[in-house]
Every structure is written in structure tokens, then in C-alpha cells.
Design a protein around this ligand. Structure first.
Ligand SMILES: Nc1ncnc2c1ncn2[C@@H]1O[C@H](COP(=O)(O)OP(=O)(O)OP(=O)(O)O)[C@@H](O)[C@H]1O
Ligand SMILES: [Mg+2]
Length: 279
């Protein structure tokens, strides 16, 4: 049995101009301890599908699915209390904008201690000690001092480490990392990715890694889902995907890897077809 099993997930948003389908019949499943990458261009519904799982979409979203289970339990029918026990503890998420996810008005220490007290029920003193351990575990330099720092006094990479510290605090069984390195400098990207993979292994967590970077996929994933315009285009284990991509869009994504690159932006399906036509 998969740890997380999502079948035929659809998310529609009510907008001023009518209903908009952001996710259109996507299947996602991840096993215990597995690393699943979800790739696809901007707007393909990667974030929305995972926010749907977390129950974090606004009321304008209508979510339907044939199946939405975590560890055999139906997520969609859970009471608020059941969901709260699950989300933020067993399933946690690192959001796409690390700096924006932190509150600029409070120290990072206050914010992580708050998470520890609310989600794990730790006392103030316990939370303080655990926060320090977590800052050490994610490699924040001068951790005591950094607990007293405000987000703007820290670099983007350090803020991302704080977000990772919050996300692993409960020793989750599933961590969803939404473009965890995109906002960071190239040199820092690798450090953060290495940290995530180290923690994934140490904790035996399942990891869903959302990215548009096939280089990241190659380095991290066991399995890959390729999404395009809200639909799943292809799913394969990572070796098969790189050796024999089945879908034109996957081939287009692979051709954007540095060793294959012809341009500096992500190709789209139409690029791919116009390339083919030009041959
Ligand atoms: N709250 C919302 N209301 C209406 N439309 C939304 C909302 N959130 C997202 N969308 C739309 O849903 C689609 C999918 O968005 P999503 O954020 O999942 O894309 P993504 O694949 O994560 O892209 P990126 O790589 O840029 O992060 C987009 O067209 C987006 O504009
Ligand atoms: Mg996104």
C-alpha cells in the first residue's frame, strides 16, 4: 500500500470569468521512504495539487478525487481535528517562497518555537531546546544567535534552512518540498538539496519534490511524474525516464538540461513541435 495515494484529482477555481481547471485528473502516489519528483512548467498545477492534499487551498477551490488516502486513511473525509493531527506532523510542506513564508515581524526562533509548541505540544523551554537542535541539524551557522535574528537578517539560503527545520521538526513520514531551491543562488541550491536528501535518508521520510529542473530530478528522485497544463503526461522511474522519455514534453524538458541546452528558458510543448517541424 502506498503511503500517499491520490487518484483522479481535479481542482477547479471559481474566477471572475468563470471556472478554471488548474488540476485535471492527476494521479500521485508515493511509497514509504520514496523520493518522487513532480516536474512541469510554470502553471502546470504542481503547487495546487499538493496544496489540495494539505487542505490549504482557498474556498474558491473545488477539489474532487476518486481516492485521496494517506496510510490507508481517507484524507478528504477527515474531521478538522483528524486532519490537524496529520497535516503539519506526519505530512509537512516546504512552500515555494521561503522568505515570504516567514513572518518578517518575529524572530526565526520565535516562529519555530511556535510551530513546536502548537504542532507538537512542547513547553516553552522544550521548544527552545529543540529549536536549537533543529537549527544545528539543518546546518545554520551560529544557531543560538540566529534564533534571535529576524528573517531579513538572514540570507535566502538560511531562511530556507529555517523552513526545512520547521518541516522536519515532527519527524514527518512525508515531506512535500515545493521548488525548495528555485529562489536561491546556484551555489546554495546544491547545499540545500544535499541537506534535504541527507535528512530524507536519516529520517526515512518519503519526499515529494516539486521542481522544473531535470538536473535536480536526476540527482534525487526514484520516480518522476511529468505534469503539463494540469494533466499527468508521463510517469516513470528516473532511469527509464532519462533513457527513454515517452512523451514529447518530457523530451523537451530533457533537452533543457545544460548538456543539451540550446536556450536559457524552459521549452514548452509548442517549442518542441516547432523544432520537429523545422527539422
Ligand atoms: N488561488 C487561485 N485562484 C485561481 N487560480 C489559481 C490559484 N492558485 C493557482 N491558480 C492557477 O492554477 C494554475 C496552476 O498553478 P500552480 O501554482 O499549481 O502552478 P505550478 O505548476 O506550481 O507553477 P510554478 O512552477 O510557477 O510554481 C495556474 O494557472 C495558476 O494561475
Ligand atoms: Mg508552484
Amino acid at each position: 500500500m502506498a503511503l500517499l495515494n491520490i487518484r483522479n484529482l481535479t481542482v477547479r477555481f471559481a474566477t471572475a470569468t468563470g471556472s478554471f481547471t488548474a488540476v485535471d485528473g492527476v494521479d500521485v502516489s508515493v511509497d514509504r521512504g520514496e523520493v518522487l519528483a513532480i516536474v512541469g512548467e510554470s502553471g502546470s498545477g504542481k503547487s495546487v495539487s499538493m496544496l489540495a492534499v494539505m487542505g490549504l487551498l482557498p474556498d474558491t477551490a473545488t477539489i474532487t478525487a476518486d481516492e485521496m488516502t494517506y496510510d490507508g486513511r481517507d484524507i478528504s473525509n477527515m474531521t478538522r481535528a483528524e486532519r490537524r493531527r496529520l497535516i503539519g506532523r506526519e505530512i509537512t510542506m516546504i512552500f515555494q517562497e521561503p522568505v515570504a513564508s516567514l513572518n518578517p515581524s518575529f524572530t526565526t526562533g520565535f516562529q519555530i518555537e511556535e510551530v513546536l509548541r502548537v504542532n507538537l505540544g512542547l513547553s516553552k523551554r522544550e521548544a527552545r531546546a529543540r529549536a536549537l537542535d533543529l537549527f544545528r541539524a539543518v546546518g545554520i551557522p551560529e544557531p543560538e544567535e540566529k534564533l534571535r535574528a529576524y528573517p531579513h537578517q538572514m540570507s535566502g539560503g538560511q531562511c530556507q534552512r529555517v523552513m526545512i527545520a520547521m518541516a522536519i521538526a515532527s519527524k514527518p513520514r512525508l515531506l512535500i518540498a515545493d521548488e525548495p531551491t528555485t529562489a536561491l543562488d546556484v551555489t546554495i541550491q546544491k547545499q540545500i538539496l544535499d541537506l534535504l536528501m541527507k535528512l530524507q535518508e536519516e529520517y526515512g521520510m518519503a519526499l515529494i519534490l516539486i521542481t522544473h529542473d531535470m538536473g535536480v530530478v536526476a540527482e534525487t528522485a526514484d520516480r518522476v511524474v511529468v505534469q503539463y497544463k494540469g494533466r499527468k503526461m508521463e510517469e516513470a522511474d528516473v532511469l527509464s525516464l532519462f533513457e527513454a522519455p515517452q512523451h514529447p514534453y518530457t523530451r523537451a524538458l530533457l533537452s533543457a538540461l545544460p548538456e543539451n541546452a540550446t536556450g536559457d528558458r524552459l521549452p514548452t510543448v509548442s517549442d518542441y513541435y516547432s523544432q520537429e517541424a523545422g527539422r
